[in-house]
Write a protein that binds this ligand. Sequence first.
Ligand code: NCC
Length: 276
Amino acid sequence: TAKLSPEKLLCQLRDRVNVTMIQGSDGPFDTSEWQQYLPGKSLNETVGRLGRCAVVSSAGSLKSSHLGQEIDSHDAVLRFNGAPIKGFQEDVGQKTTIRLVNSQLITVEEQQFLREALYNTGILIVWDPAPYHAEIDEWYRKPDYNFFESYKLYRSAHPEQPFYILNPKMQWQLWDILQENSLEHIQPNPPSSGMLGIVIMMTLCDEVDVYEFLPSKRQTDICHYYQKFHDRACTMGAYHPLLFEKNLVKHINQGTDEDIYIQGKVTLPGFRNVHC
Ligand code: NCC
């Protein structure tokens, strides 16, 4: 269903999706109070230049994949929300460089978020669904989940751990590209954490391997590798435009169909290696 060639699509992603984190100079965050909470260093300074990166979806099809070693062989690994490692190393590895969490998790499950050791490793990034192409201050006044207090509490408890807030403009820049390259009308809901994480890693790394975002032969209705819960919507999408995200990622995959089938693996170039 994609309309642009893979090369042109990569250029669109590179040039139109601005991956930035909220900084102390951004609109309502330019107060002395917020300066104490936002990290002093930029994400780029914190991670440095990354070579091979892995993005690990939380899909049930990671179960019994034995992909742990391969995932850990990357220079950096990105994981999502509450996806655990303990007890699942064999399938998902143990390295965690970045954990991308949604605002719902840190607000609704605030107590777990503040307590569980899982979150204390690596760099945290939180994102929140913003109104379509809203300016930062409009979003700040009406976030989908009011996660700001939870963010501050976590920052006070773990001042040394880098913890960023994703600039909400990115989600709609990405959504526009998804919509333009789909024949159907897409519900105006932001992309999933999975798709946001893929594009974040494409900005930081030379090459990005994504695991079980496009399902392998292990495809299952089990939602997550760490739970027994069945729901096809986890893989196909309900609120998030997951199916469209997956079509787009399939279109720009530089790996083989066999890699998808056997390992659930897609290989994407980092934006530094995209020449337009
Ligand atoms: O389930 P979730 O996502 O945390 O998964 C992270 C990303 O992995 C990809 N995925 C997951 C399961 C699956 N079977 N196939 C997949 O491809 C998706 O790209 C997904 O984004 C989210 O995107 O933030 C989401 O978060 C959960 C939930 O809020 C968190 O896990 C915290 O508990 C949402 N579930 C619910 O709200 C019930 C989910 O819709 C989206």
